[in-house]
Design a protein around this ligand. Structure first.
Ligand SMILES: *Cc1c(COP(=O)(O)O)cnc(C)c1O
Length: 471
């Protein structure tokens, strides 16, 4: 399978190259040249099978010859054995026709584990095959860093450096990054803000000498392999609820448009998804775009669902490309406009397509709190704020819809990951699951660095193995 850039000016790559490259050289994002499609019989055959088997069926067509099927089976088996639930992503019913899809049973209690656990193994495998090593750098405001460190700990061909703002992530989030003891993972507390950390990562990628010396690579949400891995749970949930013989709707808390794009991809592949709902918090750029036809950046406001406090929805570019009939020139024009004036207009055709592909709603902080309490009193089930945005959007948009179509809300984090917000809303503090009981007492290991480009790059060069081996 070959991949093309949304901006049309980068060479076509295969899966292996896309996996290691992340962003395309022309600044665009990669998409498969065409979508693999599954006939109803093939979809029906996935029902009730173990998660890792469904993952192999769904992912293999995207991988092509880059990774052998047997190797993929091994990697998927290993990746999902790190989850604390036999079903990996179980469904829980909270209302007559409404279900929660729990995506938080991975090692860092957030849905990013589902993709990252597999991505890490794929990357390590591909590097092994090539006889090379890579250095991954990333900035995190909380969730992504822990998921990356957990996924790559002990990987033989990859070193990981995660920059986080010193003193500005929660204790649980920090400990998920600082307690793994493997020498190839490095938590770096930067004396600065999340934006400073992000700027430092960007500076590393822009320093071409440095980038080549340490074989720099990234695992942020624009990496195609992450999206692909997220398609699996749409198939798992939909077939559990009766697909392909029954349509299913999904409501997805999203900021970067990654998780919802995976749902869109599942639909393209033939999964009978009825409605796809974009759920946001007060940072509502996506619902505004759907309502007005204009994509317009505003200032980010801090909410109780911090992983969706985003004003640039990177993966939306993939949708623009698809919905415009793969008009790379149009995408380039719109991205240029975004850079110049922080906004662009959707073409009439794209605006119409978006209106038929998606519904959308945003939740205020008061609505998030109200929703957590309502679900708790109605079904005894505790959700956290990101998930509450999903339930709220479901209520707002699917109220008058066909009741025989099950509504699935993606739950992107475990309540224990946001104990302060939950205590504030419900009056009681959620505890960590049993398998994480030692997290708060394990020894921490991290380095504190000034927000200084030279110091940070020197630290990475001193500690990365790719230099010695990769040249
Ligand atoms: C990352 C994250 C999201 C948003 O994911 P997108 O990639 O923006 O779709 C939602 N909830 C939680 C808990 C997250 O960590």
């Amino acid at each position: 399978m070959d991949y093309v850039s949304t901006r049309g000016q980068a060479p076509k790559l295969d899966f292996e190259e896309v996996l290691l490259a992340g962003l395309a050289r022309d600044g665009g994002l990669y998409l498969p040249e065409h979508w693999p499609t599954f006939e109803p019989d093939r979809i029906a055959s996935l029902a009730g099978r173990p998660f890792h088997e469904v993952a192999v069926e769904v992912i293999h067509p995207f991988v092509g010859n880059a990774v052998g099927r047997a190797a993929l089976i091994d990697m998927a088996g290993e990746a999902y054995s790190s989850f604390g639930h036999a079903a990996v992503t179980p469904l829980v019913q909270i209302d007559c026709n409404r279900f929660i899809l729990e995506l938080f049973h991975g090692p860092t209690l957030a849905f990013k584990d589902v993709a990252m656990q597999l991505l890490a193994r794929l990357m390590n495998h591909v590097l092994q095959k090539r006889g090379s090593k890579a250095t991954i750098v990333g900035a995190t405001s909380g969730d992504t860093g822990g998921a990356a460190i957990e996924a790559f700990r002990g990987a033989s061909n990859v070193d990981v450096f995660i920059l986080y703002p010193d003193g500005r992530v929660s204790d649980v989030q920090r400990r998920m990054m600082t307690t793994p003891t493997e020498k190839n993972v490095h938590a770096v507390a930067v004396r600065g803000t999340f934006d400073d950390c992000q700027a430092q990562v960007k500076a590393m990628f822009n320093n071409h000498g440095f980038r080549d010396r340490v074989q720099l690579s990234g695992v942020n949400s624009i990496n195609w392999a992450r999206i692909v891995a997220q398609i699996t749970y749409y198939f798992v949930a939909a077939t559990a609820l009766g697909a392909p013989h029954r349509r299913v709707s999904f409501s997805v808390p999203t900021g970067n448009f990654g998780d919802i794009f995976a749902g869109y991809a599942a639909k393209k592949m033939g999964l009978p998804i009825d409605k796809l709902v974009i759920a946001s918090n007060e940072n509502d750029i996506l619902p505004r775009t759907l309502a007005t036809g204009g994509y317009e950046m505003r200032r980010v406001v801090a909410t109780t669902s911090p992983s969706m406090d985003i004003q640039i929805s990177s993966n939306f570019e993939r949708y623009l490309f698809e919905a415009s009939g793969r008009d790379a020139e149009g995408v380039r024009r719109q991205m240029e406009s975004l850079k110049q004036s922080r906004r662009f207009e959707l073409d009439a055709k794209v605006a119409a397509a978006m209106g038929s592909d998606f519904l959308a709603a945003s939740a205020s902080e008061a609505e998030v709190a109200g929703c957590v309490r309502k679900v708790l009193s109605g079904s005894g089930y505790l959700i956290e704020p990101h998930t509450a945005c999903g339930v709220h959007a479901c209520e707002r948009t699917l109220q008058g819809e066909d009741k025989s179509v099950p509504q699935v809300v993606l739950s992107t984090a475990h309540p224990a990951k946001f104990p302060d917000a939950i205590e504030e809303i419900t009056g009681s503090r959620p505890g960590l699951p049993a398998r994480l009981q030692t997290l708060m007492s394990d020894t921490e290991r991290f380095s504190v660095l000034e927000n200084d480009e030279a110091a940070i790059q020197a630290f990475v060069e001193e500690n990365a193995r790719a230099i010695i081996a990769g040249g």
